[in-house]
Design a protein around this ligand. Structure first.
Ligand SMILES: Nc1ncnc2c1ncn2[C@@H]1O[C@H](COP(=O)(O)OP(=O)(O)OP(=O)(O)O)[C@@H](O)[C@H]1O
Ligand SMILES: [Mg+2]
Length: 273
């Protein structure tokens, strides 16, 4: 690890939600896991690191109200707590993104600390021991670019959403390889928090086969909770709400609540270690 890199704080815990594959449920997981953690009393910040800004939109933060964004964090070193805005969910804030992020990779490429810009911001949150947040969840773009590298360099652990489809395992080795390289080169603390299987379709034999395959390859790294394909989950973002607020009783919301308790459970084990 390069010298003069800030240490990660113990509070907040920083989890990055990443998979280079598009449309696998990263943003849905960030929003609903964040909501579920907030519902059980955690103070959560979602960092939208995707120029598409789906997490921001899905939490009801319109483009016109994104005065400051994650671009300003990476480019101008504006503190995270100044960029964070509150959402409709109590105890859940978001650092929104704008399309400016599309250019950030080129703009920071010449900075010596280009991979550590977000880490610096996260470290500052915990500095005086009074972090406004207990969890930071970073939503990544569908790519292993400098934005995702910044996220991994700033995190304690990676949570990988994996869609229950034929090529699931193939994509997995790419992301695991990247995590390993980041661990070796940039962030020795980085671990795999877990793999969450998403969009499970019980009527489809393939879905069941994928769950079996992924479990037999990845063992305990795979969360028990499997997120079902559920229409309420796909409807919720257009209402600017997490599914858990839109319809707490639907199968998808219930699954995300279970995932949150598993995440907390694993956190206890990790902290005790
Ligand atoms: N469990 C689910 N059931 C039904 N639809 C879902 C489910 N999870 C996600 N979706 C829908 O699938 C689409 C992709 O999900 P999402 O945006 O969370 O993926 P992503 O990995 O963040 O995508 P991207 O790579 O583009 O950022 C969205 O329209 C979302 O509403
Ligand atoms: Mg997304």
């Amino acid at each position: 690890m390069p010298q003069n890199v800030e240490r990660l704080p113990s509070v907040p815990r920083v989890l990055v939600i990443a998979n280079q594959k598009g449309g696998v449920g990263k943003t849905t997981t960030a929003i609903n896991l964040g909501t579920a953690l907030a519902a059980i009393g955690e103070r959560v910040l979602i960092v939208d690191l995707d120029p598409q800004g789906n997490a921001s939109t899905g939490l009801g933060i319109g483009r016109e109200s994104r005065q400051r964004s994650t671009y300003d964090i990476l480019m101008e070193e504006v503190p995270l707590r100044d960029v964070a805005v509150e959402t409709v969910v109590p105890r859940l804030s978001i650092a929104p993104s704008t399309l400016d992020l599309l250019g950030v990779e080129l703009e920071i490429a010449s900075f010596q600390d280009r991979a550590f810009r977000l880490r610096k911001a996260v470290a500052a949150l915990g500095k005086e021991g009074n972090s406004p947040f207990t969890y930071v969840l970073i939503d990544c773009p569908p790519s292993l670019n400098l934005l995702t590298i910044n996220a991994m360099a700033a995190a304690h652990a990676v949570l990988v959403p994996l869609q229950c489809e034929f090529f699931a395992l193939e994509g997995l080795s790419q992301i695991l390889g990247t995590v390993e390289r980041v661990r070796r080169g940039l962030n020795p603390e980085l671990s795999i928090h877990g793999i969450v299987l998403t969009m499970f379709d019980g009527r489809n034999n393939l879905s069941g086969q994928v769950v079996e395959d992924v479990r037999s390859h990845m063992g305990e790294k795979v969360y028990e909770t499997v997120i079902p394909r559920n229409v309420r989950i796909s409807e919720a973002p257009s209402h600017g709400k997490p599914a858990i607020l839109y319809d707490i009783n639907c199968a998808g919301s219930q699954a995300y609540l279970r995932l949150a308790s598993e995440v907390i459970q694993r956190e206890r084990v990790l902290r005790a270690a």
